[in-house]
Ligand binder design. Structure first.
Ligand code: ATP
Ligand code: MG
Length: 209
């Protein structure tokens, strides 16, 4: 049975917290591979301060190049319209067969939104586990966990929390830093920083950032 980790995100741009969490989860759960799935452009998020999908993809490629356990799936970038995770999982299962178990990795901020995702119960049914890592600003709160379970029965049973050194790094902050000419060194892999500079990405900042 193949045991695959899935790391979804906008990766606008990919940063070291994404990479560290992917590797920590892979090692902790002994997954054979970790597949990064860059999201297609969500219409409401489109804006001039964001990078085009081909740039986001190129940066993920550069960032994961040195890890033989990491790969990329174009399953979301290749299809038009909003990509719902439930459809993505169905497509991946078609591609990989039923003899795989899937672990989807998210940060704590995404867990809070998870019950509002499209067909969350279906998503859970497709997953072996929903792997969650802590993120600064999203504190542990048992009462809140209960609320999440009430909003989506069965959620806690699938949630698997992996110890993770909390890293206060986000793509939003990185975009803002670039626009304000502040350093991003060490927050993204060197090759990603070079790519951002070469292609003049994220030079303008808007209030929505
Ligand atoms: P943005 O600020 O543009 O939303 P982001 O840093 O949140 O970017 P995403 O591409 O939105 O990055 O995140 C992809 C996944 O990685 C999400 O599940 C998110 O919760 C998780 N993630 C990103 N950064 C961290 C972090 N520093 N700690 C824990 N999880 C993180
Ligand atoms: Mg985010």
């Amino acid at each position: 049975m193949r045991s695959i980790g899935l790391m979804g995100g906008t990766f606008d741009p990919i940063h070291i917290a994404h990479l560290i969490m992917a590797e920590e989860v892979r090692a902790a759960l002994n997954l054979s591979e970790m597949v990064f799935i860059p999201a297609a452009e969500p219409p409401h998020k489109a804006g001039r301060h964001k990078a085009a999908p081909h740039h986001r993809l190129a940066m993920v490629e550069l960032a994961i190049a040195s890890n033989p356990h990491f790969s990329i799936s174009l399953v979301e970038l290749d299809r038009p319209g909003p990509s719902y995770l439930v459809d993505t999982l169905r497509l991946l299962r078609k591609e990989w067969g039923t003899d795989v178990e899937l672990s989807f990795v998210i940060g704590w901020d995404s867990l809070e939104d998870f019950p509002d995702w499209y067909q969350p119960a279906e998503i859970l049914a497709q997953l072996k586990r929903l792997v969650v890592v802590r993120r600064p600003g999203y504190e542990e709160n048992p009462a809140y966990d209960q609320q999440l379970e009430a909003r989506l029965p069965g959620l806690q049973q699938k949630v698997c929390q992996i110890p993770f050194p909390q890293l206060d790094i986000s793509s939003t902050d990185i975009r803002r830093r670039i626009a304000e000419h502040r350093p991003i060194k060490y927050q993204v892999p060197e090759a990603v920083e070079e790519y951002i500079l070469t292609h003049n990405l994220y030079q303008t900042v808007t209030e929505s950032q």
